[in-house]
Design a protein around this ligand. Structure first.
Ligand code: BDR
Ligand code: CA
Length: 314
């Protein structure tokens, strides 16, 4: 019997997704990864499920179950982000082909079956990409909604507003209808928006620390972050790039590194210019009940210390 928290990582790797998955797999005392479900997002599904398997093998965990999920958003055409992540989604280092198998069956069915099998309130969902798989599972099997312990997700923004459009963050923008279902579901949400991830920037020293490990995971993380940061540095003129998705896993391990507010967050699905916006009532002016712990800040040094310590263990 272990005290590790049971999680399903729903993901569209993505270099920052990759680092998040490595962080989770390097933290077995705190986290029990029941499975990884791939979704279309940064790159199409055929690449995200493949990338997820490459990452598991890199972590020495070919036993992790990886499922392919939805290839397109609920109601819209897929928008991808090769301009950020490169053609493969994991551009940077030379990547091996995965040898571990993709699990038979659909990711949405895995999510449903797992939530029905495990005791209620013991499984946390960790979406790192568009919320299509999660929303599809909730629509197909509404009985599982009450059984979810928590959803801890990367998505949205309030003070930082948007990255894929002036008003919207990528994960929410790609499938706003799915996000709307999740944010209205009643499941306790923890949201790691751009407001916090933009405070978790890479630096030369932080990347050098990964490279200095002299391990394959350390080298990969260094090369991924090297590749990934060029886009944000050019765009924002910042000193490094935000490691968005690892913030989700870090919050699960060390929530004391983060601070936020319990607020109401709604998703704009109709806006002419604002589709995919997370309308976050940070100042409590709407009168709408809180549905999310919306994180606003992080101890960046503590976050990178955790990440470095854990990646070194792989
Ligand atoms: C989110 O979008 C993706 O490009 C990243 O992997 C992250 O999940 C940041 O907006
Ligand atoms: Ca992602």
């Amino acid at each position: 019997m272990t005290d590790a928290r049971k999680i399903i990582i729903d993901t569209d790797p993505g270099q920052d997704d990759a680092v998040a998955i490595l962080l989770a797999l390097a933290s077995p005392v705190e986290l029990d990864v029941l499975g990884i479900t791939a979704v279309a997002g940064n790159v199409p599904l055929a690449l995200t499920e493949r990338n997820a398997r490459i990452i598991c093998e890199l972590a020495g965990r070919p036993d992790i179950k990886v499922f392919a999920g939805c290839a397109a958003p609920l109601k819209r055409r897929l928008v991808t982000a090769e301009h950020v992540h490169g053609k493969t989604g994991l551009d940077g280092p030379q990547l091996p082909d995965p040898t571990m198998p993709l699990q038979p069956g659909h990711a949405v069915d895995f999510i449903i079956e797992t939530l029905r099998q495990e005791p209620p309130g013991t499984v946390t969902l960790c979406p790192l990409g568009p919320l299509t798989n999660i929303a599809q599972a909730f629509q197909t099997a509404p009985d599982i909604i009450d059984r979810v312990q928590q959803i801890v997700l990367m998505g949205g923004a309030y003070f930082e507003v948007g990255n894929i459009t002036p008003a919207a963050e990528f994960n929410i923008y790609v499938d706003p209808e799915a996000a709307d279902i999740v944010f209205r579901s009643g499941v306790p949400l923890v949201v790691l928006p751009l407001d916090v991830t933009h405070k978790a920037l890479t630096t030369r020293d932080r990347i050098a620390a990964f490279r200095a490990m002299g391990t394959e995971p350390g080298r990969m993380v260094a090369e991924w972050t090297d590749f990934f940061e060029r886009f944000d540095m050019q765009k924002y003129g910042s000193q490094g790039a935000p490691l968005h998705d690892p913030c989700v896993i870090a919050w699960l391990i060390r929530s004391d590194l983060f601070a936020g507010r319990h607020i109401n967050v709604m998703i704009e699905t109709q806006g002419e210019f604002t589709t995919g916006m997370t309308v976050a009532d940070w100042w409590g002016v709407s009168g709408r009940p809180a549905n999310a712990l919306f994180i606003g800040s992080v101890d960046a040094d503590g976050f990178y210390a955790l990440l470095t310590d854990r990646i070194r263990r792989l």
